[in-house]
Design a protein around this ligand. Sequence first.
Ligand code: FAD
Ligand code: DHB
Length: 389
Amino acid sequence: MRTQVCIIGGGPSGLLLSQLLHRKGIDSVVLERKTKEYVLGRIRAGVLEQGLVDLMRQAGVAARMESEGYVHDGTQISCGDALIRIDIKALTGKPVVVYGQTEVTRDLYEARENSGGQIEFNVEGVTIHDARTDAPSVTFMRDGTHHRIDCDFVAGCDGFHGVSRKTIPDDVRRDYEKVYPFGWLGVLSQTPPVDHELIYAASDRGFALASMRNSNLSRYYIQVPLSDRPDDWPDQTFWGEFKKRIPQGHAAKLITGPIIEKSIAPLRSFVTEPMRWGRLFLCGDAAHIVPPTGAKGLNTAASDVHYLYQGLCQHYLEGSDDGIDAYSDKALARIWKAERFSWWMTNLLHRFPEWSDFDLKMQQAEIDFLRSNEAAQRALAENYVGLPY
Ligand code: FAD
Ligand code: DHB
C-alpha cells in the first residue's frame, strides 16, 4: 500500500487529522489497534474549546455538535458550600461547548466512512521504519497477514501507550513526568444533571466534578486513592460520597439513579520533547498527558492536529516545509501552558495526602483570591476556553 500520510491511532487526533487532510485532497490511511466499537465505548472528555469547535467545522463534521452540544458561558468552582461562578463568556468573549469525546469520535468515523477513508482496525505489531529518511514505511499484521504502507510522513496519534513515541530513540527524546497520588472515579448516570453548568468542587473530603452529556445523562467524578478499584464503589456508596463533596444546596436536589459506566483513571502530567523525529510527528496523548482537571486532554490533542495539518498543507500545497519544521516548537509552546493550567487547577481543588496544614492554608488562600479577584478569574477563564492557536 502507499499513502501520503500514514496515521497510527484511530482516536480523536488520528481521525480529525485524516478528515482535515482529506478535505484538502491529501491522502491518508489510519491504523487502529482496536475495533471501532471499542474506541466508541471509551467514555472520556466532555468540554470542547473554541479551537476544537472550529476544527470540527473545518473538517465538515460540526452538524450534530451544533445541534446537540451545549454552549456554556460559565463554569463554577465550589469550596464547601460557597460557589464561585466564572463568567467565561464575559471575561473572554468565548464560551465552551459540552459535547462528549465519544460523539466527536463517532462523527469523525462517520465522515471518514462516508468519504471512503481507509481505516484499518484490529492491526497488531505496528512498526515504523526509516522515519529519518524521505521514504518512511509502516508495517503491521492483520488477520495473520503482514502488511506494509509506504508513505511520505507518519503521524503518531496512538495515545500514551502507543508505539510512536517509543520509536524516537532514548538519546533524542526527553520525558517530563509528574504522577499524582490519586485518581478520578468517573460515573455516567441516566439522570438529569444537578446543575446546568459544571461544578468543580473542592471539599475537605477531596475533589468532585459535576458534568453532563445531555438532559438525562450526567457525568460525575470524585477523587479517590490510587489503590481503589471501581468495585470498591457500589452505586450507593458513590452517591453518598459525591453528595458530601458538592454544596449542600446541590446535594439536596441531586437526582440519583442508574449508573451505566464506572471507571477509575490515574492522574498524570507528562510531556515528551521533541514531538518530531525526521518524518515522524507525535500528536495528542502520544506526546503528552494532563490531569483531567480543566478539561485540556482532548483540546491539546486538537491543537497539535491543527499545527500538523497546517504544516502538511504547506508542504503539499505550497511546497514549503516551514510549517512542519516549526511543528514541534509551536505545539510544545502551547502544550506547556496547558500543562501548567491543568497542574495548577489540580493543586487548587484536590486533597493531597502528603500536604501539611500550611499547604492547606495556601490552597484556601488561592481559592479566596480567586473568589474576590477579577484578574484571577480572567486568567482562569482564558485558559479554560483555550489559549489561541
Ligand atoms: P487516544 O484517544 O488515546 O487514541 C489513540 C488511539 O490509538 C486509540 O484508539 C488506541 O487504541 C490506538 N492505538 C494505541 N496504540 C496503537 C498501536 N500500537 N497501533 C495502532 N493503534 C494504536 N480528557 C479530558 O479532557 N477530560 C476527561 O475527562 C478525560 N478523561 C479521560 C479518561 C481516560 C481513562 C483517559 C485515558 C483519558 C482521558 N482524557 C480526558 C484525555 C483525553 O481523552 C485524551 O487526551 C484524548 O483521548 C487524546 O486523543 P488521542 O487521539 O491523542 O489519543
Ligand atoms: C469532563 C471532564 C473533565 O476532565 C472536565 O474538566 C470537565 C468535564 C467531562 O467528562 O464531562
